[in-house]
Design a protein around this ligand. Structure first.
Ligand code: PRX
Length: 643
């Protein structure tokens, strides 16, 4: 990636920006680095509502941290109630459009009514602070309502992306020992119904802790309702009172658990807590998205991923924004649906993923060019490195060279954006997430923890705790300690490779572990391998990420078979479907390649490095379903890998 083009912020943008010019950025960064307690303490006081003030800004006993210890607040109160005695009370909070074209506009006042009623519904089912709710819904307004209602009472929520299968859902419900599941009959996707309730039914066969299932009617599709366990949302909601005060909760009360892929077959339950998480979400809305009262903001992520948690629900609502929310596919009914929405709602801030951008490029410029998108003033990117060519297209074709692009680097674990340009301050370099935000001390190091020289590649670590960082892994504090904090002692290990250039800009190069990034979604190679070996025909499997023009990476699988005569092309198709069944449609492999043996080190570790080379350079040619003899490469390379 060349750092040739540099785009300084335009004078018009700088004039109205929260942080103006490099001096503005440097001053904030310096204050946060020199005195983090004073810096974050002042922001917490200014930006959040507190029932009770904290006694310490942070207490750090690596890897355990407490932010705003002793304080009491409530995330839902901050996102909803406190706007009600301001001019925002009748402001639209959620500007929603369903895939079929239906619309809803929900003001902060209305949101307060919906959330209070649903919180009373949850209370009515006997749920209380510390209990767990799994939420498996499509992108309908009741999804943020459900999250906020849980937050109001201190019920720990875990949203499972609607694209995950019943199997994946089951594993998450079990790990969390959830008492309630909140779902929809189905969701609309490309004009078809994605059945959600039936997946819940399948998952619940082995989830004895679940007492109640609350079902929102969205598509009107036929569902089975089990007497005593299943309840319609609208029936419970009908009689619910609108008076449900927000609970004063400890700053460190867990807010949610979000499962994400790690380097083993078992997903990790990332635990985020209350006050620090919310503070950093709010601050990044201002620092990175430069949010103003009059903005119409749209983040196209799904709430099933962390981007949706922090930048559709908690960040925008706590900051009092008007946020667009769209239910369906970007190309339905035609490839210009996003551009249509931007024109219709006069969206001013638009935040999407490089995968989406690359697929827009492929569809052709006629789709965006057919719409008036002059309302846009800021563009954002998240989830994967954005290649400079896609960046330039986004800048020119969507932003008409008027809108800065904020390339935001962060992770499920970090809770909020850590590295991104402040758009009124930091000159942009296409392909670089640029400079760290105030309070964030990233470094590129070698495995001994020594700082790499400028321009050299290395491991990206963060040196100091920050308010929105994950506190632990659900029921697995040991894995949290060893994965993130012990590899480079006392620093947070991101799992990404990066380099820093002579201007201090960070260039993220991708994962260094066995985690793939498919369309900006994290997926572990071992999760897919475990799914494959559960199939009766499969003896062994090895999975690697294969570079892909649109999705960044695609899933490529090498499979050895048990004895028998197999119709390989048919089996390859069956295995692709099998993975989708075991994990979810987004994990469906692009390639299944059959091999006689898998290349392994002498200690039996699969040499993914070698397989990555094979899928990248495509040194093994021919039909993807042909039998590959990898034994030769194995012999040649096992020695090297062992060293
Ligand atoms: O490799 C980095 C990549 O996505 C990973 C985090 O994935 P996840 O937890 O699912 O969160 C995605 C949304 C925040 C990171 O380790 N990544 C994320 N944003 C960027 C990125 N890589 C390069 N540039 C980015 N802006």
């Amino acid at each position: 990636m060349a750092d040739s083009n540099v785009y300084p912020p335009g004078p018009d943008f700088v004039r109205g920006a929260h942080v103006k010019g490099m001096e503005g950025y440097r001053e904030l960064y310096r204050r946060a680095a020199e005195n983090p307690e004073e810096f974050w303490g002042a922001l917490a006081e200014q930006e959040l509502f507190w029932f009770k003030k904290w006694h310490h800004v942070f207490e750090w006993n690596p890897p355990d941290v407490k932010w705003f210890a002793g304080g009491q607040t409530n995330v839902c109160y901050n996102c909803v109630d406190r706007h009600l005695d301001t001019a925002r009370k009748n402001k639209v909070a959620i500007l929603w459009e369903g895939e079929p074209g239906d619309q809803r506009q929900i003001s902060y006042q209305e949101l307060h009514r919906l959330v209070s009623r649903f919180a009373n519904v949850l209370k009515g089912r006997g749920l209380k602070t510390g209990d767990r709710a799994v939420i498996y819904m499509g992108m309908v307004p009741e999804l943020p309502v459900a999250l906020l209602a849980c937050a109001r009472l201190g019920i720990i929520h875990s949203v499972v992306f609607g694209g995950f299968s019943a199997e994946a859902l089951k594993a998450r419900i079990q790990d969390l020992e959830a008492q309630v599941v909140i779902t929809c009959d189905g969701a609309w996707r490309r004009g078809k119904e994605v059945p959600l309730k039936s997946a819940v039914d399948e998952a619940l066969i082995e989830c004895p802790a679940v007492r109640d299932v609350i079902v929102l009617r969205r598509t009107g599709g036929a569902v089975e309702m089990r007497e005593g366990r299943d309840h319609w949302w609208h029936e419970l909601d009908e009689g619910a009172s609108e008076n449900c005060p927000a609970e004063p909760l400890d700053s460190e009360q867990p807010l949610y658990v979000l499962y994400t892929s790690g380097t083993t077959g078992k997903p990790k339950g990332i635990v985020h807590t209350t006050a620090g998480y919310l503070l950093q979400c709010v601050m990044t809305m201002k620092w990175v998205f430069d949010l103003r009262e009059e903005d119409t903001y749209w983040c196209t992520a799904d709430i099933g991923w962390v981007t949706g948690h922090s930048y559709i629900v908690y960040g925008p609502l706590a900051a009092g924004a008007t946020a667009v929310m769209y239910e369906g596919a970007p190309d339905f009914p035609q490839p210009d649906r996003f551009w249509r929405l931007i024109e219709k709602y006069r969206v001013s801030i638009f935040y999407t993923s490089p995968t989406a951008i690359r697929s827009f490029i492929r569809q052709g410029d006629q789709w965006p060019n057919g719409h008036d998108m002059s309302s846009l003033r800021l563009l954002g990117s998240v989830g994967e490195p954005i290649n400079p060519a896609a960046w330039e297209w986004y800048y020119k074709t969507i932003g008409k060279e008027r809108c800065p692009i904020v390339d935001t680097w962060w992770q499920t674990e970090t809770g909020a954006i850590l590295i991104a340009p402040m758009p009124g301050a930091v000159p942009l370099k296409p392909g670089s997430a640029s400079l760290p935000l105030p309070g964030i001390l990233p470094e590129v190091v070698d495995l001994s923890g020594k700082t790499r020289e400028t321009g050299q590649e290395g491991y990206l670590v963060i040196r100091r705790p920050w308010p929105s960082m994950a506190r632990t892994l659900w029921r697995d504090p040991e894995r949290y300690r060893s994965q993130y904090w012990e590899r480079i002692h006392g620093s947070y290990m991101t799992g990404d490779a990066a380099r820093m250039d002579q201007d201090g800009y960070f260039w993220i190069l991708g994962r260094v572990d066995d985690v793939m990034n498919v369309s900006g979604h994290r997926l572990s190679t071992m999760e897919v391998e475990s799914a494959l070996v559960r199939h009766p025909a499969v003896a062994e499997a090895a999975v690697v990420g294969k570079p892909h023009e649109i999705t960044g990476q695609a899933v490529a699988c090498f499979v050895t078979l048990k004895k028998g005569s197999w119709d390989r092309p048919k089996l390859a198709e069956e295995l692709r479907k099998w993975v989708a069944h075991e994990i979810g449609g987004f994990a469906k492999p692009e390639q299944i390649r059959f091999a006689d043996a898998l290349p392994k080190t002498r200690s039996g570790k699969i040499m993914r490095r070698l397989l990555r080379e094979i899928v990248t350079a495509n040194t093994v040619t021919g039909d993807v379903t042909t039998l590959e003899d990898l034994s030769v490469v194995t012999q040649l390379s096992s020695q090297a890998d062992e060293d």
